[in-house]
Design a binder for this molecule. Structure first.
Ligand code: AMP
Length: 428
């Protein structure tokens, strides 16, 4: 199967081959023809599967074919993403794949001055990538008209719900024309996602691609047991002794990310932290420096890392295991992307054994354990914090919804077309 077989135009094929893509990924094989046909899509796919090109390429094709008007260009395609970083990356993908077409795309997100965004919107764009909050700011300021949107994409819909964007999403949906194409991408399928899909989608094509990271092809996973207080030391040792050049490290908290980045700097390792408390400028700078190799270690929290697209990221380190097992899968999905080899290392202390068991249960395999000489855990340290950890774990799960777990079963919702469909949003 080639990109040509999927019905893409010559200009898009040229952009694809300039990216060095020789074959479409499984999600692209399924999504591209369906989107070109104008169908709604419900796709179980996460970052790393090639999903962005899976929707961007056919959307560009549709928008280009139907382009008739001269003069002012109303927004005809709207892509909503949970994070600023993902918005910027999706926009970049549209620019890259659409470089030989005469279509305009822009991105709006919060944390930066709204005025330059207003200026660009005033000139008219065909494609708008946005985070929900800033999009509504523009609507409120009447600097944006959404009444010509033909295609709506919700990217990483599960994360948008986790981040509390559901009300914003509903408000935005109410501003769009009823007659439009809808594409929903989500890594997990909670009850809330199924409900949203039910409201949003019209006889959707269901697309499910193998979760490469449950099978973990291309990703070597390893655990180093180590005492909590020696984790930083071990991390510096691994980076130095193995000469890792580009490492993404996950911590559970923002303060933990800051602290670790500072400590690594003291060890002579260039590091930066990326999390929600950092200004947009600082986040973009850190990511750029990391991509260019100026910053060797990027320390991130789960939400900040979501959707980060860094080509061929060779090493991911779980400095602390996540409380939600699915986040482990998301984290290690940052490495070994699109067929490249990658390594995911987890530093596990005695308090985290329960979290580790939950992760292994979820990915249905035991992760191999390697002891690093000189860093063996002290057997006299009792797992006293386990109870604590468990309590915190429970609290977190109930807060973010018990659905997180159910998602990994990847049972797609069954749709009763028409009958159960709530047309509330379409009639507005
Ligand atoms: P995504 O899942 O959209 O975040 O894409 C993951 C990565 O795969 C990105 O770096 C893309 O540039 C890359 N990619 C997308 N499609 C292909 C393809 N057909 N062949 C090789 N790499 C691809």
């Amino acid at each position: 199967m080639s990109f040509k077989d999927l019905g893409l135009s010559a200009k898009l094929l040229r952009a694809v081959s300039e990216q060095g893509y020789s074959q479409p990924t499984p999600i692209q094989i399924k999504a591209i023809p369906a989107v070109i046909k104008g169908l709604d899509i419900l796709a179980a796919a996460q970052t790393g599967t090639g999903k962005t090109a899976g929707f961007a390429l056919p959307m560009l094709q549709l928008l280009n074919v139907k382009k008739t008007e001269k003069g002012f260009r109303p927004v005809r395609a709207l892509i909503l993403t949970p994070t600023r970083e993902l918005a910027a990356q999706v926009h970049e993908s549209f620019m890259t794949y659409g470089q030989h077409l005469d279509l305009r795309s822009t991105v709006v997100f919060g944390g930066v001055n709204i005025n330059p965004q207003i200026k660009i919107l005033r000139k008219g764009v065909d494609i708008l990538v946005a985070t929900p909050g800033r999009l509504l700011d523009h609507v409120g300021q009447k600097t944006l008209d959404l009444s010509n949107v033909e295609i709506l994409v919700l990217d990483e819909a599960d994360r948008m719900l986790d981040m509390g964007f559901i009300r914003d999403i509903r408000k935005i949906m109410a501003l769009l024309p009823a007659d439009r194409q809808n594409l929903l991408f989500s890594a997990t399928f909670s009850r809330e996602i199924k409900q949203l899909a039910d409201e949003l989608l019209n006889s959707p094509v269901l697309i499910e691609v193998a979760r490469r990271n449950t099978a973990a092809e291309g990703i070597a996973q390893v655990i180093h047991h180590v005492d909590k207080k020696r984790k930083r030391e071990l991390l510096s040792f691994l980076i130095g002794s193995r000469n890792w050049k580009q490492v993404l490290v996950f911590t559970r908290t923002k303060s933990g990310a800051n602290r670790l980045a500072q400590q690594l700097e003291k060890d002579g390792i260039n590091a930066a932290a990326i999390h929600g408390n950092k200004s947009q400028g600082a986040r973009t700078r850190a990511l750029d420096n990391f991509k260019q190799g100026v910053v060797r270690v990027l320390v991130a929290t789960d939400i900040a890392s979501r959707g980060l697209d860094i080509d061929q990221l060779p090493h991911v380190v779980n400095f602390e295991l996540p409380h939600v097992p699915e986040d482990y899968v998301h984290r290690i999905g940052r490495t070994g992307r699109a067929g490249n080899e990658g390594e995911a290392v987890s530093l596990v202390c005695v308090d985290e054994h329960k979290l580790l068991r939950d992760i292994e249960h979820l990915i249905k395999r035991k992760v191999s354990e390697v002891v690093i000489k000189g860093y063996e855990p002290d057997p006299s340290i009792a797992p006293e914090a386990i109870e604590n950890g468990r309590q915190k774990f429970k609290g977190k799960r109930s807060k973010s919804g018990q659905n997180r777990n159910s998602g990994m079963g990847m049972t797609l919702p069954r749709f009763e077309t028409g009958k159960k469909r709530n047309r509330k949003f379409k009639n507005k």
